[in-house]
Write a protein that binds this ligand. Structure first.
Ligand SMILES: Nc1ncnc2c1ncn2[C@@H]1O[C@H](COP(=O)(O)OP(=O)(O)O)[C@@H](O)[C@H]1O
Ligand SMILES: [Mg+2]
Length: 543
């Protein structure tokens, strides 16, 4: 077909996409594949793309030099490679887990993987090897081990201490992941939730209560550039794909950030990462622990590229082609934003499709549920938060609203200042028995509503009546209470009333509403303007 298929004298590189979009592996990898192809072509290469999702830009007729609509399996990819030989190699790190999973089979078939090698990738995914490496580098991770029997599970859990996080090894999107509090809960997880066998071990980790933080880095094999650090708004335990996140971090100590930069830099080097790497941390106080490393592009790469102005995929692709970061004009370490420490905060918020997913319960947890995300940017954090929440569908009145609270015992103390804050904004508070008593005892006025089991009219009637604007419902450990909880949350989805299951989200909403109430106007600016330093009209960005 004309020019598109004519043989060329340019060196040729094959790029793997990520196939169909689904929860946990979305459009971000299309963004990355497209930028990789652009960077390859700009660098004088011929780019051949394999992806079988017709709704993406990567599969547009003129994105790559040649496009194969083939499934992303080893067999199909090898068939394409046969036809395309000779070529320089294959880039697997921009197509999400689907593409990265092909590194090993392709390498075994003799294919050259460009950038981080199949060995580097395996190192991050093989828990034992990876733990050894972390120990060697003296980088902390939450205590834990893999087990293959219920007895061993209980032993490890007691050793690291409850609560623990349990999950099958080699799962994505936090699937089948649970937080367990007791031996009994752990045993029932081992019995009912998963198949356990020596070939499919279960991972048990100490559940660290604290801030979750995420970084993406670009490594040329020697040096490592971190365009930015993103602080999650919900504490660890909410999947990174479902939590709100803010750049730059709002509450991290400079030493914590320094430690994370140091860990990332040393890890990238020890693992021979060439290209992108994503690291997730959980901080206990100021101490960051590594919970996950992915030597590939991640969900946050497009967001971070846009708000820092660092063309991350392009820089990574150049590294993969053998250029150093220095030769591209980048220093190593944390990226120095053109606005210095006066950066405009950017808040990422998840978007859910619960109305279309009947029967799915909505609480935030280690299993990812969101289907998309949005970005809110403004000149300060509360305003950026407000925009993000609003765009994500949390649209509540600035004053005179009504809030229904049903708070688990463990969360009541922490919820108090949040609920007081809403009351101070003029919100009418409704609460179920226990929460109502707690509020009254603490001197906060609220109206009592029946739980479902207490007879009509109950809180479901209240939600359906359209008289509440927002629900705060934290998850109880008590299974009986939780059966009702699920119904309440479902009602909120049906009535399209925002239901917050994390107090961190509720606190963020309060902060945003307060700023808005104080009369702060929302800014309308281009992404470019947010990026630029107004004192330096021409930003000094590397090429
Ligand atoms: N040890 C831990 N302590 C607290 N939270 C954790 C821990 N490990 C994982 N999590 C939480 O579970 C989520 C999913 O875990 P992660 O290892 O990132 O799996 P995935 O492969 O699904 O991204 C994380 O985003 C984090 O919120
Ligand atoms: Mg993760």
């Amino acid at each position: 077909m004309g020019a598109m298929n004519e043989p060329s004298s340019k060196p040729k590189v094959i790029v793997l996409g990520s196939g169909p979009i689904r929860i946990g592996q979305g459009i971000e990898f299309d963004y990355c594949s497209v930028h990789c192809v652009w960077a390859l072509r700009e660098a004088g290469y011929e780019a051949v793309l394999i992806n079988n999702n017709p709704e993406t830009v990567s599969t547009d007729f003129d994105t790559s030099d040649r496009l194969y609509f083939e499934p992303l399996t080893a067999e199909d990819v090898l068939n394409v490679l046969d036809r395309e030989a000779p070529y320089e190699g294959v880039i697997v790190q921009f197509g999400g887990q689907t593409a990265i999973n092909l590194a090993r089979p392709l390498a075994e078939a003799g294919v050259r993987i460009l950038g981080s090698s199949a060995d580097s990738i395996d190192l991050a995914e093989d828990r034992e090897q990876f733990e050894l490496l972390l120990r060697k580098l003296d980088i902390p991770k939450p205590a834990g081990r893999a087990v293959t029997s219920p007895d061993a599970a209980v032993e490890v859990a007691r050793e690291v201490g409850y609560p623990c996080l349990v999950r099958p090894s080699y799962v994505l999107g936090g699937r089948a992941m649970e937080i367990v509090q007791t031996d009994d809960e752990l045993r029932s997880y081992m019995r009912y939730a998963v198949d356990v066998s020596p070939r499919a071990p279960i991972l048990i980790d100490r559940y660290v209560v604290g801030k979750e933080v995420e970084v993406d880095c670009i490594s040329d094999g020697e040096r490592c550039l971190l365009p930015g650090v993103m602080e999650h708004i919900e504490r660890a335990g909410v999947h990174s794909g479902d939590s709100m996140a803010v750049y730059p971090p709002q509450s991290l100590a400079p030493e914590t950030i320094e430690k994370m930069v140091d860990y990332a830099t040393r890890l990238a080097r020890a693992m021979n990462v060439v290209g992108l790497m994503n690291i997730q941390f959980v901080c206990e106080g100021d101490e960051p622990y590594i919970i996950e490393v992915n030597p590939r592009a991640s969900r946050t790469v497009p967001y971070l590229s846009k708000i820092t102005g660092v063309p991350m995929v392009k820089a990574a692709t150049r590294c993969i082609l053998g250029e150093s970061l220095a030769s591209q004009g980048y220093e190593s370490g944390l990226w120095k934003h053109p606005r210095g420490d006066r950066q405009n905060p950017a808040v990422k918020a998840p978007v859910f499709s619960f109305q279309k997913l009947a029967g799915v319960d909505i609480p935030l947890g280690p299993e990812m549920k969101s289907t998309g995300e949005i970005l809110g940017q403004d000149v300060d954090y509360p305003r950026a938060l407000y925009k993000a929440l609003l765009a994500a569908g949390v649209d509540v009145p600035l004053k005179g609203g009504a809030l229904l609270a049903t708070i688990a015992d463990a969360d009541k103390e922490e919820a108090l200042p949040v609920l007081q804050g809403f009351a101070a904004l003029g919100y009418r508070l409704f609460a179920t028995g226990g929460t109502w008593r707690f509020l009254r005892k603490s001197g906060v006025e609220a109206e009592r509503v029946n739980k479902i089991s207490e007879g009509a009219p109950n809180l479901l009637d209240l939600v359906h009546s359209g008289r509440v604007d927002v629900l705060i419902n934290t998850i109880s450990k008590d299974k009986r209470i939780e059966r009702e909880g699920a119904q309440i949350r479902r009602a909120s989805v049906e009535r399209n009333v925002p239901c917050l299951t994390s107090l961190d989200t509720a606190r963020a909403l309060l902060l945003a509403l307060r700023a808005r109430r104080a009369g702060e106007e929302m800014e309308v600016r281009t992404v470019d303007e947010y990026l630029r330093a107004d004192t330096t009209p021409e930003p000094v960005l590397p090429r």
